[in-house]
Design a protein around this ligand. Sequence first.
Ligand SMILES: C=C1C[C@]23C[C@@]1(O)CC[C@H]2[C@@]12CCC[C@@](C)(C(=O)O1)[C@H]2[C@@H]3C(=O)O
Ligand SMILES: O=C(O)CCC(=O)C(=O)O
Ligand SMILES: [Fe+2]
Length: 371
Amino acid sequence: MHSLSVSGQPSLLCQLEWKSLNQVPDSHIWPPDLLHHHPTSNIIPPSSSMPIIDLTAADSVVIPLIGRACETWGAFQITGHGVPLRLLDLVEAQTCRLFSLPSAHKLRAQRSPSGGVTGYGPALISSFFSKLFWSEGFTIVGSAQEDARKLWPNCFNDFCSAMEEYSKGMKDLSRRVIVLMLRSLGLSEEDIDEVGPLRGHDEVEPVLQLNYYPPCPEPDRTMGLADHTDSSLITIIHQSSCVTGLQLLHHDESDNPRPQWVEVPPISGALVVNVGDLFHIISNGRFHTVIHRAIVDRTWSRISVAYFCGPLAHFKVGPIQKIVDPNQGPAYPGITWPKYLSLKKKLHNETLASIRLPLAAKRQDDEKKVL
Ligand SMILES: C=C1C[C@]23C[C@@]1(O)CC[C@H]2[C@@]12CCC[C@@](C)(C(=O)O1)[C@H]2[C@@H]3C(=O)O
Ligand SMILES: O=C(O)CCC(=O)C(=O)O
Ligand SMILES: [Fe+2]
């Protein structure tokens, strides 16, 4: 059953008994202009489908492929990444175990309504929309112990150890991918040690977002997770292997002036890497932070596990000087991840634009006009 808040708007903490529904309640029906599903937009010729990069290939092959993918797509899939299939299956099974709990149990670990980040609830961006998502989320920052104890007072260990092992695997992999991305921007290994977004990488608290999208009787009328960019440097996503749902907004300059939603096909054992807002900033806008969303399926539920990799809290992320064109200057000021997240809570997809600096060339022009 879903609840209504005093204002008559559906409560964001509403908990549906998904299985009991044979149609989508009004609280979850999205206006068509926000859905723009365009079924045909999913039929993308293979020549322009999202890159799949095998990390076992030589660096001289992988690095340019990654650079190109980040510039044109803002995302790519990786295979040969070394994270065992056993670990991907384990984290998926534990995620499934969590979302299969009765609603009343899950609500014991509900995210605190007064600005909490960790715990069970709709994705945080849900507050920007008057309609609810056809999904449930669980956010882990650092250790999952406190919340897992509320869910399984006597047997929380399996869940916690799976999440810890997975976070560790993702931490190592994200460092490796970030180094390849920085090298594709022309930085040497020594430059990378100096420039710093990876400084203290081992101490950064892992952020995991577990997402569950139940089957939906009317998938074309609702939204699993609305359009957004991730605030991280990069996000690594594991998605269930048989059900599609993740889509990217892709601008294919060569054929079509309008961006299109492109499906990210699930490939067993592959992981999706999204360029996040902070990488867009450090690359001075060269790498493109990707707008993405999740839609739902009539028959199948879907699970995704997203690992958000960011810098240490006190580290100010700004465009890397070595790659800033001196004629243009930096496009963004330095900003810490917590500060960026607090802006994002208020401004959602307008956050990057809100901090963008006028280009140096334009600044000089404007200064001349004043003189
Ligand atoms: C580090 C974070 C990124 C995130 C906000 C958060 O503090 C924890 C949850 C993350 C998440 C996951 C689902 C999509 C997203 C936009 C959201 O609503 O919560 C991201 C946030 C983000 O990238 O800004
Ligand atoms: O479900 C997905 O594949 C996308 C999840 C996502 O974008 C997120 O958690 O930020
Ligand atoms: Fe995302």
